[in-house]
Write a protein that binds this ligand. Structure first.
Ligand code: 13P
Ligand code: SF4
Length: 308
């Protein structure tokens, strides 16, 4: 980003504050390009959780959505975790509630609860293990064979990973409103326009979209795939911000969003200016109550160990 758009000064200020305050700036792959470009680390949910746990910084500025900052607070309670935009939430995470999940658990005593990291800390506290889109298949394969599995909240990730893992799961009917905007017709049209392109989609997409893809990957998995594959063009079926990450990290290839309408409004709430102000004033802080944190910790620790 050049100085002409005013970002360069804010980026320099964010980096200066981070140095002075011993802070690390983490940004999800869907963040605004100028925020990604100012971060110490840009990644998917799994990579960001690992970074948060392993960093020796005193402050984590989490440019993402609430469940990501909460997960960092669960893994690193001694650090101050700042979410620059307090309203940045994940609607999918809000589709599963503690009461409903407890009821389902009561109906299936002995079942393991596998929760996507896109859940509240309270739901994680009711879970046996968490997963991300990068390791959901391995996590399901790790559940003892004699146990039923409740998978929450994403029905699309759950059914895709269950098929891959060769396990049956009881699905919670949650979904990502942004990924469900990507339709099979979008893929068909993009393939007609770019016949040489490979199709890479996120497992939050609807089953018929995943079935039409050459690869189904987490956001960082997409970077790896596009780097390693000999194809020079890719149709990208996920949130539109991913194209920036790919263009920056795997340059020289072409990336076409399956649809430009797949934008996560919550991910875009964080601006560079908000990140600077948040670090300057060290708020808003995301903290998880101690009893919830202690109950959620094992499930989250198991998550970061799968797929290393
Ligand atoms: P990744 O972990 O693949 O980055 O996905 C996070 C997310 O919220 C996707 O919508
Ligand atoms: Fe949640 Fe979907 Fe936005 Fe990811 S893209 S944060 S799953 S709403």
């Amino acid at each position: 980003m050049g100085a002409g758009n005013g970002f360069a000064e804010l980026q320099a200020e964010l980096k200066r504050l981070a140095r002075v305050k011993n802070a690390v700036i983490l940004a999800h792959n869907y963040q605004r390009p100028e925020v990604q470009d100012a971060a110490d680390f840009v990644g998917d949910s799994l990579g960001l959780s690992r970074r948060a746990a392993e960093s020796d910084a005193e402050i984590i500025v989490f440019c993402g959505v609430d469940f990501m900052a909460e997960t960092a607070a669960i893994l690193a309670p001694e650090k101050r975790v700042i979410l620059p935009e307090a309203r940045a939430c994940c609607p999918m995470a809000q589709m599963v509630d503690v009461e409903g999940l407890q009821e389902l658990k009561d109906q299936h005593p002995g079942a393991w609860v596998v929760s996507y990291v896109n859940t509240s800390a309270e739901v994680k506290a009711l879970s046996d293990v968490c997963c991300t889109s990068a390791n959901a298949v391995q996590v399901l394969q790790g559940v003892p064979a004699d146990r039923e599995i409740i998978f929450t909240p994403d029905r699309n990730l759950g059914s895709w990973a269950a098929r891959r893992a060769g396990r049956e799961v009881i699905l919670w009917e949650g979904f990502c409103p942004t990924h469900e905007l990507i339709q099979l017709e979008d893929i068909v049209r993009a393939k007609q326009e770019h016949p040489a392109a490979k199709v890479v989609v996120h497992p939050e997409c609807a089953p018929e979209v995943s079935a039409a893809a050459d690869a189904v990957e987490s956001t960082t998995g997409m970077v790896r795939y596009c780097r390693g594959d000999p194809a020079q063009e890719f149709i990208i079926g996920t949130e539109a911000g991913m194209v920036h990450r790919l263009t920056r990290d795997v340059p020289g290839k072409k990336y076409y969003p399956a649809t430009r309408s797949a934008v996560c409004p919550n991910m875009k709430l964080t601006t560079l200016r908000k990140a600077v102000e948040a670090l300057r004033w060290e708020r808003p802080v995301v903290a998880v109550p101690r009893d919830v944190r202690e109950k959620a910790l094992l499930a989250v620790q198991r998550m970061v160990e799968y797929g290393r």
